[in-house]
Design a protein around this ligand. Sequence first.
Ligand SMILES: [Zn+2]
Length: 417
Amino acid sequence: MSRRRFAAATIALLLASAPAAAQVIALTGGHVADLEGKAPIRDAVVIVEGERIRAIGPAATTPVPEGATLVPLAGKWLIPGLMNMHVHLALNLPGASRIHDETPDSMALRTLDNAQKSLMAGITTIRLTGSDAGVDFTVKRAIDSGIFDGPRIHTAGASIVPTGGHGKLEVDGPAAFSKAVRSQVKAGATWIKIGISGGISDTHGDIAASPFTDDELRTAIEVAHRNGVKVTGHTGSPDASMTAIDAGIDCFEHGYFLTPPVLEKMRDKGVWFVPTIVVTQPGARAFYQKIGSPPWYLARVESVGRQHIQSLRDAIRIGVPIALGTDQYPWEPNDGTNATVREAEIYVDAGMSHAQALRTATIEPARMLGVDGEVGVLKPGYFADIVAVDRDPSRDITALRTIGFVMKGGKIIRKDD
Ligand SMILES: [Zn+2]
């Protein structure tokens, strides 16, 4: 090959490997809801370039670039993709359908399947609060690398507990806790989950038990924070919660029995609350029956449920920062809709405004995760994670039942006719 022909071939190769110009999509004819419940942008145009939003505004003042692919969404309401902050994608609860001795490869497939069903339901970001065998890291990497569609995943890896506690990674003593936290961070955890009290599904002990020693709790939280990772605690215990707040915890899950003094302290210290209220309310009964839950479990759910909803009402009244999470699969059928939507509806029943409930599924989780410059609102520069519904959900949260369009990172995942 002559030198000139070699150079030409090299240039051709370089051109072939240069990234294609980012695709431009224009979503037209929809209205963009305001997350504060203020005036929406009516007849809006959203210009999406590659993965991100390039422009957003009224059609009259937002030109559509030549060559853009037009996606008409006339009369639909556009909101940020929903975010669910308490998810287990390979859930395995007590019941007739419980899977015994599941292998990690089968668990990984279930995890991926449930991740994809969640995305189809309009949940574009999830936080995993306890997974097994490292399959969460595998599935997250596969989605991030573009091999599979799926939501953005933030994960806590395995839930860390003292022996006998509510979680899978059992360790004892401060040194073992620091090693367990470090091992999860090394594997890719961007949160740490600890079980600071018992759980509804435990077959021993008390939900309100407080099994950590103060040293164990302080060490786990300190080591996580030294690695730049936040810590959340599964809690059904006011005592354990108080100790954990003093030790610097960032977030609580469930909060079945959170008392006003604990909630006031959470508000003052900015500790987040992820209620997962759906799991103890009547809408979940059909799910427990479907999986063949034993009577003792159903009775426990019902008795815990009465205090759980009171904790949520108090948290809303006191002004604790709340991010939506379900514990059920985000897409799991619940009361005629799915768990994510039902969770937001119950927040309104418990005292939130509709706009406030919508924020718990969008901008509030983004703030909690520290990605509020990337997702959670529809603005230029943000990822184009967008869903469309039939009515304005900032005025009527039940509009989330009508999700018919889902875009994640500029890619159309779902568009119903
Ligand atoms: Zn959970």
